[in-house]
Ligand binder design. Structure first.
Ligand code: SF4
Ligand code: SF4
Ligand code: SF4
Length: 182
């Protein structure tokens, strides 16, 4: 490769048009069944990586995809005013945060994060977009120059840390040792 040639990456994007969202929650169902183990074996929207925030009285439906895990509640928050109503600061937040149950695997408490339905073979578009027949979610890909980033903690590291916090190091180590022998 030409060393002057800039590295690029494909950025995947889901556009949300809240005006088209009717709150049917088909996106939540599709996401949870795609991520069931084994795949498509069950539906449990508590395992979905997308959550539709609803205000049926005001006809407001906002699909929010799960973002980064955070160990502690944040200090700086956003306050939303929509149609004259003020929403709770955490209402539209995508974080898996200790302050609430959203975006946590119901059995283990592990954080859930949208993975854009990465799979082999790849899907034509993410499950939630495919399930949204109202056009509230649309999928786009674009090429972008790569900017060198400091190393981030991987999902596995975050997941292990959460498990250790919940069950203790010994129990987690014993379970890993047992599972690796199976
Ligand atoms: S499937 Fe589409 S219309 Fe239905 S809740 Fe999800 S985003 Fe809204
Ligand atoms: S849910 Fe989001 S906004 Fe609320 S404390 Fe946690 S990170 Fe902050
Ligand atoms: S892109 Fe995939 S993982 Fe992300 S919210 Fe949609 S269905 Fe779930």
């Amino acid at each position: 490769m030409d060393k002057n040639q800039k590295k690029t990456k494909i950025v995947k994007e889901i556009k949300v048009d809240t005006k088209k969202c009717v709150g049917c929650r088909a996106c939540e169902i599709a996401c949870s069944t795609f991520h069931a183990v084994p795949k498509y074996s069950s539906v449990n929207t508590a395992r979905s990586r997308i959550m539709v925030v609803m205000d049926e009285v005001r006809d407001i439906f906002v699909p929010v995809r799960a973002g980064e895990y955070t160990e502690a509640e944040c200090n700086g928050r956003n306050r939303y005013m929509i149609d004259g109503k003020e929403y709770d600061e955490c209402t539209f937040c995508p974080a898996s945060c200790p302050s609430r149950d959203a975006f946590k695997e119901p059995d283990s408490g592990l954080p859930l994060k949208c993975d854009m339905c990465e799979s082999v073979p790849p899907l034509e578009k993410p499950m939630c977009v495919d399930a949204c027949t109202f056009g509230a979610l649309t999928y786009e890909e674009r090429e972008e120059a790569v900017v060198a980033e400091p190393q981030k903690r991987g999902e596995m590291e975050i997941g292990l840390k959460t498990l250790i916090k919940k069950y203790g190091l010994k129990k987690v180590m014993d379970t890993i040792a047992r599972v690796s022998k199976e």
